[in-house]
Structures are given as structure tokens and as C-alpha cells.
Ligand binder design. Structure first.
Ligand code: ATP
Ligand code: MG
Length: 425
């Protein structure tokens, strides 16, 4: 091992795994574009206040997971720990409210969270994120849910199902929180310290506590989806109606909560078999209060985020067939100073003709040909002394069991082109 190692919780995505990444990104892109989502790319860092406000003080992310620092100009900066706050900032800042609704945006890129690293949990990882802004109808919720579903389906994930909840809105949630808090006070002796604290900072979050001792209390807790106001109830019923119609399986899960005021109505996860038992592979929901909270006009919105590393773990685990990345079809071997100049010219001519080509950079002809074999291209072009004398190139065609032919130098590009065309036709 050398002197330097990668920072804890980060990964080197080596060439050997890139085909998974390319395939995943291509799938995400294809599905998102098919749905009419437009790509948006945002800074990897934003001012810290955007996240403390937009993600919320009483969340794990803001409480303990942000990479925050002061830059040389004294600005408080944070590496993005999620996409939504940045997307909303950009929506407001770029005046996207004037665009026809819905505004449908997607992003893919690195995310940073200071977490304890373990399998599938990193400090720098990647998310795919999609948001529909400007529409309060449940069709928007459905749209992001279907997109998430179709991406996992396209990747051949098994056992897909939604988990679904509604956490109401600022009209109906306060009454529910009172009921919930009253219930929890009756069970104060049975719950963990974190939940006792959450009851004052972020009461809904008690419902997704993982502590064993809290589980029976959660199981008996009043359910928010049974106490929705008429508007939230209508929304939830309509969304479920669409899912029923499409025969998309979902389970009502009253433990699914986001907990902050600007998260409204729908909360969902996609579950899949993955590695072992069925588990969440992405999460999302509606956040009708967020745009206004961040200084924009009141704008309903809904979205979701999915972690790419975990998807790739599943793809590798279930051996999803992923095509090899294309390699240049031509490899040029050469010997001697004069031949190397001819070889370079041929290399450039091939590339100019749109044919992928590589050139040997060192070694004997024999070792160059071994390299050609390993690089997996189709044609090895050889320019040695004999070829130089005759103004020819020796061509070995791997597709023909390395059969060998001599071609006049000036005809080689057209010769290769004709054969490659035949393959692609
Ligand atoms: P978890 O409960 O695993 O911490 P989360 O609720 O923090 O997940 P979200 O904030 O909803 O997750 O992020 C969406 C997705 O991002 C997750 O479903 C997961 O696939 C992925 N993800 C979250 N944190 C990490 C991480 N540290 N490393 C890799 N992927 C992550
Ligand atoms: Mg987390």
C-alpha cells in the first residue's frame, strides 16, 4: 500500500465496475426522458443555511451528517447531503415558476453524508433524484412513484412493492400530533431516550424508531392516515385508486413519516428483494411547504431519491446482465522508427473516419500482439519492416480466428470500415 489511502467512507470506482455505472445511468436517463423529466445539474456545495432550513434542524442529516466548512471568504458551505433543497433553490432563483406546470426535473450525482461507513453506506455516494413541481394533484405523486418503479423494473429488481402513507398537512397534522403525543406520554416508561427527546423536537419521527423497546409502542400508536382532513383524505384516496387501477402493489405503512412541517401528504418507499429480505430501495414524498419556506411562492411539489451504490450492489449480487463497454475495434502494432510514423498516420486516419483505434506504445511485435489480443479489439494491424517495404499492412481479423491478409496501406481505412459496417448492419 502506498502512503495515501482514500478517505474513510469513500470509494474508487475502478474501470472494472464502470459498465455497471454506465448501464445504471443510461437506464435512469432513458426512463426519466421517456417520462418527460428534464435533467438539472447543480453545485456540489451550497450555503449551509439552505440545508439547515431545507432539510430541517431536527433531522439526522442536519444534526450529524453534514460536511460543513467555512471557505476562504468566510462563507458557511456544505457539501450537498441531498438534492431537493438545491433543486428548490434553483427553481426559485432561476424563475422556473413561469414555466408550464408541471416542472419535472431529475438529477444524478454525488451526495455527501458523514455517516459510519458499512456495506452500502458511504460518506460520498450517488443519488438519482426526481421532482415534480407546481402540481398538487395526486397525478404528480403517481408520476414520481411510477418512475421509481419503472427504473427498478428495468433493472430487473424482484419483489417490487410500494410502502405508502400520508402524513397529512398543517391543517390536520397538529391534531394528530396531539393524539400521538398523548399516547406516547401514557407509554413514557417504555420508550427510548431518543424518542422521549423527539416528542418535543420532531414527534412524528418516533414512529420510525428502530429501538426494540419502542416497537410495541409504535405498533399500538394511533395512525395518521386515519385522521386526515378532507383534502388530504381525498388526495390519498385518489392516489391509491390509481395504484389499484394499475395493479401496483402497495402496503399502507403508518411508520413511514418525514416529520417536518413542509412535508405533506404522500410518503412512499419502493421495496425490493435486493440482497436478502425485502427492503427499501428508495424513498420520497410530497413537500408542499418547502418552496415557500425557502423564499419562493407557495408551490406544491413531490419527489424521490434513490441511492445508486445500493442498486449496483443488487445488480452485482443478482448478476444482472450488463453489456461490456465498447472497446476500439482496431489495434495497431508496429516495429521500427519509420513504421511508427506510418502507424501514427494510420491511427489518426482511422479515428478521423470514425473508427475507434489504439496504437501499441512499446514492446516487441510479439508482445504488442498479445496486448492487442487482451484489449479485445477485432482487428490487429501490423506494420513491420516487410510491410514497410511493400507499402502494405498485415491485418489479423479476430472475428475470423485471427486470419491474416495483406492490404495496401492506402486501402486499409476503407477495408476496415467496410467490414465494421457489415457487422453493424
Ligand atoms: P438510510 O435509512 O439507509 O440512512 P435515508 O433515509 O437516510 O436512508 P434518504 O435520505 O431517503 O435515505 O436517501 C435516499 C437513498 O439514498 C436511500 O434509499 C439509499 O439508497 C441512499 N443512501 C442514503 N444514505 C446513504 C449512504 N450513506 N451511502 C449510500 N447510499 C445511501
Ligand atoms: Mg440516513
Amino acid at each position: 500500500m502506498g502512503k495515501y489511502t482514500r478517505p474513510k467512507g469513500t470509494q474508487d470506482l475502478l474501470p472494472a465496475t464502470q459498465r455497471y455505472w454506465e448501464y445504471l445511468r443510461a437506464t435512469v436517463r432513458r426512463e426519466a426522458l421517456q417520462y418527460g423529466f428534464e435533467r438539472i445539474d447543480l453545485p456540489l456545495f451550497e450555503e449551509t443555511a439552505l440545508f439547515t432550513r431545507g432539510v430541517g434542524e431536527a433531522t439526522d442529516i442536519v444534526e450529524k451528517e453534514m460536511y460543513s466548512f467555512e471557505d476562504k471568504g468566510g462563507r458557511k458551505i456544505t457539501l450537498r447531503p441531498e438534492f431537493t433543497a438545491g433543486v428548490v433553490r434553483a427553481y426559485i432563483e432561476n424563475g422556473m415558476r413561469v414555466q408550464p406546470k408541471p416542472v419535472k426535473l431529475y438529477s444524478v450525482g454525488p451526495i455527501f453524508r458523514y455517516e459510519r461507513p458499512q456495506a452500502g453506506r458511504y460518506r460520498q455516494f450517488h443519488q438519482f433524484n426526481a421532482e415534480v413541481l407546481g402540481v398538487q394533484e395526486p397525478l404528480a405523486d403517481l408520476e414520481v412513484m411510477l418512475l421509481a418503479w419503472d427504473i427498478y423494473a428495468a433493472l430487473d429488481f424482484q419483489g417490487l412493492a410500494f410502502q405508502l402513507n400520508s402524513t397529512g398537512c398543517p391543517q390536520c397534522r397538529p391534531a394528530y400530533i396531539q393524539t400521538l403525543t398523548a399516547y406516547y406520554h401514557q407509554h413514557a416508561a417504555e420508550i427510548c431516550d431518543t424518542c422521549r427527546r423527539r416528542l418535543t423536537t420532531n414527534p412524528l419521527r418516533v414512529l420510525d424508531c428502530k429501538e426494540t423497546r419502542c416497537q410495541p409502542v409504535i405498533a399500538g400508536a394511533p395512525k395518521i392516515a386515519e385522521q386526515l382532513c378532507t383534502e388530504c383524505e381525498t388526495h390519498f384516496t385518489a392516489l391509491r385508486g390509481y395504484l389499484d387501477e394499475l395493479e401496483k402493489p402497495y402496503t399502507l405503512n403508518h411508520r413511514l413519516v418525514r416529520g417536518l412541517d413542509y412535508y405533506t401528504k404522500t410518503v412512499f418507499e419502493v421495496w425490493a428483494e435486493g440482497i436478502g429480505a425485502q427492503a427499501a430501495v428508495c424513498g420520497g414524498g410530497r413537500y408542499d411547504g418547502l418552496i415557500e419556506l425557502l423564499g419562493g411562492p407557495p408551490t406544491p411539489a413531490v419527489g424521490f431519491a434513490a441511492g445508486l451504490e445500493r442498486i449496483i450492489m443488487v445488480m452485482q449480487h443478482q448478476e444482472t446482465p450488463v453489456p461490456e463497454l465498447p472497446t476500439p475495434p482496431v489495434f495497431i502494432a508496429h516495429l521500427g522508427a519509420a513504421a511508427s510514423r506510418v502507424a501514427v498516420q494510420l491511427l489518426v486516419d482511422l479515428r478521423a473516419a470514425g473508427i475507434g483505434a489504439q496504437i501499441a506504445m512499446s514492446g516487441s511485435l510479439r508482445s504488442q500482439l498479445r496486448t492487442a489480443d487482451r484489449k479485445g479489439g477485432r482487428f490487429a494491424l501490423i506494420i513491420g519492416e516487410r510491410e514497410m517495404e511493400h507499402g502494405e499492412v498485415t491485418v489479423k481479423d479476430m472475428a475470423q480466428g485471427w486470419s491474416q491478409t495483406s492490404i495496401p496501406l492506402e486501402a486499409v481505412v476503407a477495408w476496415v470500415q467496410a467490414r465494421l459496417k457489415r457487422v453493424s448492419e
